[in-house]
Design a protein around this ligand. Structure first.
Ligand code: AMP
Length: 190
């Protein structure tokens, strides 16, 4: 398994975060989650956090320039030289294009995009369960449905973007965490 610059793409609740956490152990590269960075900014009440909070609570997307800025800053840190697992970024075509430009400039292009697919009712059920466990404020049903729609409209088209680059691998997100992990490992090995 040689690829170390990966993107996990998939709707909210598809298991990106869980799978990213498994992969960082195997690959020894950092997980880069803009969602985690934004939640941290909200908790610390930074300028970015204050701008992002209401948008996140509605389940809408934080403006591209903010997210691109934090992702770029993170990707330029030295621990990302060995590789990285992007989780939740990019989410729009403008973000994907900015990422392509940055990684090209750094001479470290993305190697694989793993697109995890799960049907919507299963996703909503999983997210409502996560809401109970984690108490995330963007996990009530109306917000979840909005996040799904935002995903379908703005993020799903990125699969095509990466297909065009010949690096997209589609993986079914059904079944246990281990089932999905196995499918991802197969996609990475191939
Ligand atoms: P996540 O934990 O990845 O589901 O992200 C939680 C929320 O943070 C999303 O619903 C968005 O409001 C915001 N967010 C995270 N990543 C991005 C991104 N790449 N672009 C825009 N908004 C983002």
């Amino acid at each position: 398994m040689s690829a170390s610059r990966l993107l996990l793409l998939g709707p909210p609740g598809a298991g990106k975060g869980t799978q990213a956490a498994i992969l960082i152990e195997r690959l020894r590269v950092p997980q880069i989650s803009t969602g985690d960075m934004l939640r941290d900014a909200v908790a610390r009440k930074t300028e970015i956090g204050l701008k992002a909070q209401a948008v996140m609570e509605r389940g809408d997307l934080v403006p591209d320039e903010i997210v691109i800025g934090i992702a770029e800053e993170r990707l330029r840190q030295s621990d990302a030289e060995r590789g990285f697992i992007l989780d939740g970024f990019p989410r729009t075509l403008a973000q994907a294009e900015a990422l392509d430009r940055l990684l090209e400039k750094l001479g470290r292009p993305l190697q694989k995009c793993i697109a995890i697919s799960v049907d919507e009712d299963e996703l909503v059920a999983r997210l409502l369960k996560r809401a109970e466990i984690e108490g995330r404020s963007d996990d009530d049903e109306a917000t979840i449905r909005n996040r799904m729609q935002v995903y379908r409209e703005q993020t799903e088209p990125l699969v095509n973007h990466y297909r065009g680059q010949g690096i997209a691998h589609e993986v079914k997100g059904k079944g246990s965490v281990e089932d999905v992990e196995q499918r991802i490992l197969e996609a990475l090995g191939g």
